[in-house]
Every structure is written in C-alpha cells, then in structure tokens.
Ligand binder design. Structure first.
Ligand SMILES: [Mn+2]
Length: 178
C-alpha cells in the first residue's frame, strides 16, 4: 500500500463510521455522540501506541460499525478489503450470544487474536476505562464499574506482549480503580 492509499483508506473509514454512527450516543450523562469513541480509539493507537499501519487505524474507526449499526461484514469487505474486514471481524462480538457469554468469549479468545486485532482491543479498552474513570454511566453503580475493570483486566492480560505503551497505560488505570 502506498502512503496515499493508506491515507485514503483511513479518511474513508472515518467518513463511513461517522455516517453509520450518526444517530447514536454514548451512555454517559452528556450523551456524547458515539463517533467520538472510534475517533478516540484511533487517536490512542496513533498518538500513544505509535501505530501507523492504515489497516489498524481504519479498523479502529470501523470497529463498532458491524456490532452496533446496520453494517454487514460484507460491506466492510467491499469498501475496505479483506485485511480490514478480518480485523473488524476479530473484534466484533457474536450478538446471538448473551451479554455474559460475549464477555466470557472476549476473555477466552483474546490470546488467539492477531496482533492488529489485539491493538484495537487494547485501545478500545483504554478508551472505555478512561470514560468510566471520569464518570459513572447512567444506571451504573460502583459494583458494576468494578466488575467492568475486573473483566477488562482479564481481556487485557490476554492481549499482553502487543504494545508496551498501551499496556502500561492500561495497567495504571486498572490498578488505580481496583
Ligand atoms: Mn468500542
């Protein structure tokens, strides 16, 4: 991939995600537009993780489109190619499972994921834990918050050896909140 192709892929993914998530809001008090989350995940990978691979950055923007919008995995394949599709597929939960089963699967499957998928996962968890540390979501209590940190710690452990900076930031925030 040339630099121009890489930039094109990332910008196209940003636009695609913005359109798909346009009507969604985060579950925080301020009802932040959902797109802030994938943008923040890509930003963490780029600025803190030092990631420059356009496949990983495009997948970061797209990582919740199949799980949370009407996007099909085939749409991702058609628009962004097989490599991006594979990373998005690896970080997409199976919605036919219950929430508890999906969380258990994330822990179980994390160690076997590709490096690209682990990077997106680490940045996604870091973004969500920072959100959680800043403010408790509507309808959550301290116990639910603690359980989320405990579960995240297990998923992150399954992704270890992938990116020193992201893992150090995750270690810090998890220790601070448990
Ligand atoms: Mn996410």
């Amino acid at each position: 991939m040339t630099d121009a192709q890489g930039i094109n892929l990332i910008v196209k993914a940003t636009d695609f995600a913005a359109r798909k998530h346009h009507a969604q809001r985060r579950k925080n008090m301020e009802q932040t537009p959902y797109i802030n989350h994938p943008i923040g995940v890509a930003q963490i990978l780029s600025s803190e993780g030092g990631i420059t691979d356009p496949i990983v950055l495009a997948a970061a923007y797209l990582h919740d489109t199949v799980e949370d919008t009407d996007t099909a995995m085939e749409d991702i394949e058609k628009e962004f190619g097989t490599e991006v599709r594979n990373v998005v597929a690896e970080v997409t939960d199976d919605k036919t499972l219950t929430k508890a089963e999906r969380k258990a699967m994330q822990v179980k499957k994390a160690p076997g994921k590709s490096k690209e998928a682990k990077l997106v996962k680490l940045a996604d968890k870091l973004y969500n834990l920072r959100d959680l540390e800043r403010a408790t979501p509507v309808g959550w209590d301290d116990e639910r918050k603690r359980e989320y940190f405990l579960w995240s710690r297990e998923v992150v452990a399954g992704c270890s050896g992938t990116n020193g900076a992201l893992e150090a930031a995750l270690d810090d925030i998890i220790k601070r909140n448990l």
